[in-house]
Design a binder for this molecule. Structure first.
Ligand code: IPM
Ligand code: MG
Length: 357
């Protein structure tokens, strides 16, 4: 019996609703597999914790997480706490503190989920976006002087290091190499941003030498939005900076039908620390408490978590169950259905038990 130690941080908004769904599905998967179980510890960190304690997590929070195999994260953000506090108080310290430098965001059109792209169906859009997750525009470097005065100045400095760019580039080339099409698109804005982005282009060319079987090309980020929309089948693996990939991954989610189905993995490829798995959608206050949050992104990120932990059979089984349920039309309202979170969850659990491969 293999037992995986999972730290669950449901946090804010619909986070608890989708993480509850995700844990139910993992439990069922463990039973179905017979030789796999999940030892889950749930942490109450987030905006409510902040309102009670003045910090989003305890000071030794990261220390408490170190011994886990993985972190299963819901969402952060509350209407009455500034976003930069929730973000810099919980999610970024974990990503950056655990050096989860590769943020991996698969997007596909799932069966049964309509894409806003006319005539596009499953298979026409099958991408993985690799987002640099430790520096760039999210480095937090900068400051403000002369606060509130007319001469106030704020700087927001992007930091690109050779080591930081090279490691995520290598990760992306390797990932592209592992996929059937062996195709990588490197996204920058090196026409206008002539320092950091030119460094990206140079490093891409250098790293590509070690991957002669990977076909790769370069795109400027603005032109990339057009290509994603008009020629989705021309793309496979994509690598971009922290901010560019943040924006492109929302577009990707929308083009695949909903960001309610889009997952993300914050990976420490060197496995020095636990990696963190979460849905992309965020806390979604407008639907919090209504029981209609789409749990598919959380199930999909659970698949990423299982893959990362070497449980590829369990992962494939879960993904297949999710696809079966979507194809059967058991969908939440964001993707055109009328099912609740629990109904989708129950259907996936049933599909897990029903599948006999
Ligand atoms: C994401 C999110 C976050 C980000 C937000 C919540 C700050 O949009 O994971 O894509 O920009 O990193
Ligand atoms: Mg985003």
């Amino acid at each position: 019996m293999r037992s995986l130690k999972i730290a669950a941080i449901p946090a804010d908004g619909i986070g608890p609703e989708v993480i509850t769904a995700g844990l139910q599905v993992l439990e069922a998967l463990g039973q179905r597999m017979g030789d796999l179980s999940f030892d889950v510890t749930t942490f109450d960190w987030g905006s409510d914790y902040y309102k009670a304690n003045g910090t989003m997590m305890p000071e030794d929070g990261p220390e408490q997480l170190k011994g886990f195999d993985a972190i299963f994260f819901g969402a952060v953000g509350a209407p009455d706490v500034p976003d930069h506090i929730t973000l810099w108080g919980l999610r970024l310290p974990i990503c950056q503190g655990f050096d989860q430098y590769a943020n991996v965001r698969p997007t596909r059109i799932l069966p049964g989920i309509p894409s806003p792209l006319q005539g596009k169906k499953p298979g026409d859009l099958d991408w993985v976006i690799v987002r640099e997750n430790s520096e760039g525009e999210y480095s937090g470097a900068g400051g403000r002087v002369h606060r509130g005065l007319p001469e106030e100045v704020a700087t927001e400095v992007s930091i690109f290091t050779r080591a930081g760019v090279a490691r995520v580039m290598r990760y992306a080339f390797k990932l592209a190499q592992s996929r059937p099409r062996k195709l990588l698109t490197v996204v920058t804005k090196s026409n206008a941003q002539r320092h950091g982005m030119v460094l990206w282009d140079e490093i891409a060319a250098e790293v590509s030498q070690d991957f002669p079987d990977v076909t790769w090309d370069k795109m400027l980020v603005d032109a990339m939005t057009v290509r994603m929309t008009l020629k989705p089948e021309s793309l496979d693996t994509i690598v971009a900076t922290n901010l560019h990939a943040d924006i492109l991954s929302d577009l990707a989610g929308a083009l695949a039908g909903s960001i309610g189905v889009a997952p993300t993995a914050n990976i420490d490829p060197e496995r020095r620390f636990p990696s963190m798995f979460e849905p992309i959608h965020g806390s979604a206050f407008d639907i919090t408490g209504k029981g209609i949050a789409n749990p598919v992104a959380t199930f999909w990120t659970a698949c990423q978590m299982l893959d990362h932990l070497g449980e590829t059979e369990a992962s494939a089984r879960l993904m297949k169950a999710v696809e079966t349920v979507c194809a059967d039309g058991v969908l939440t309202p964001d993707v055109g259905g009328d099912a609740t979170t629990q109904q989708v969850t129950d259907a996936v659990i049933q599909a897990i038990h029903g599948s006999n491969e």
